[in-house]
Design a protein around this ligand. Sequence first.
Ligand code: PLP
Length: 450
Amino acid sequence: MDIRELQRLDAAHHLHPFNDNAALARRGTRILTRGEGCYVWDAEGNRLLDAFAGLWCVNIGYGRRELAEAAARQMEQLAYYNSFFQCTTEPTIRLAAKLAELAPGDINHAFFVNSGSEANDTIFRLVRHFWAVQGKPEKKAFIARHNGYHGTTVAGASLGGMKAMHGQGGLPIPDIHHIDPPYWFGDGGDMDEDEYGLLAARRLEDRILELGPDRVAAFIGEPIMGAIGVYIPPRTYWPEVERICRKYDVLLVADEVICGFGRTGQWFGSQYFGFQPDVMPVAKGITSGYIPLGAALFSDRVARVLREAGGELAHGATYSGHPVCAAVALENLRIMEEERIVERAREEIAPYLARRWAELGEHRLVGQARIAGLVGALELVPDKPRRSFFPDRGRVGALCRDIALRNGLILRATWDTMLLSPPLVITPGQVDELFEKAWKTLNETAAELG
Ligand code: PLP
């Protein structure tokens, strides 16, 4: 492989998502070539421990031949057919039924799309439709959180609360309202975490009352806010949000795109926090990232209204319920169940990982080490005893991420927070390797800062 030539072609022809493309063109992109278990290899021959599971998605680890074989079998038999025109395919049906079995409570109905973003766009439209066909077209406002992430499509990015995304393309679209997220480390001051969780949840009630409950269609939130820095809410937060949604008949949308399929050690993040959503976007771990697939999952109540609304459901994509993606998802879920990957992550890995993660929290650069199951963050700070931030936010995080890569470890940085989300199949030995590489990385980062 001619790496320099590929980098030249990449710089000339490929616009990368969420990158400074001019800077990347000067620096040269890293080309990944192979994956096995928790490791990936780049074109320079470096072996990297992927503590981020690609992009929070390779839950069963890299290199599972069974998934490739499931895709090949389905491609040979029937590479494509749609779910329009009163048709569908066997894997699509079986996957919808499997999701009904796995999803909590009466979340029993799937609308298939290709990504988490599209799942959220679907939800945005269908939730409004749900209220409109019941004679409540004015019940169409969505409440979401500042710094939440719900994808990159127009509705997804609008529901998300990322200022940088809103700044490009004139977002958010109207009638999406953002409240402050539950971020105890940055916002909780001297409050006890549980008390703070209630306060953060009641921001939702205040906003519902301000807008008028008859105007509010839904509240959407990630059980754990991932992209902004793995904000793990206090235990009190979600049950209180659920109580408020029920009180005002506001649909509760749990964006499970990251948390779904085992990330917290439970199948879904809502189970980790003990609440019942009405609607759930899922993607990523549904296929462990082997092939693109997303779904908007709905409760019996919501699906019944959508089914019985009369007329055509005017929504869908060419690849909604793609049989190859469905076959891969089914195989992925089969392996996860047969190998008890979620249970093992919860019982065997999560407690050990939490212990070692807490040890990283002792480092003088780390203000807080937080973790829930197999998702965590290290908040890097200039002055450990105080909850303060570096003045030029993002510089130290990027430095730490680059040093980690030199040490053979992939961690993501959001501003100065280092994010953790390894494949669920990580072993205790690999947790030790992760710890050693991360500790070395923190030392070298601290040394560079002087
Ligand atoms: N929702 C959440 C919580 C996410 O983290 C993401 C992606 O990271 C999305 C939605 C968007 O999913 P996708 O990138 O598959 O469109």
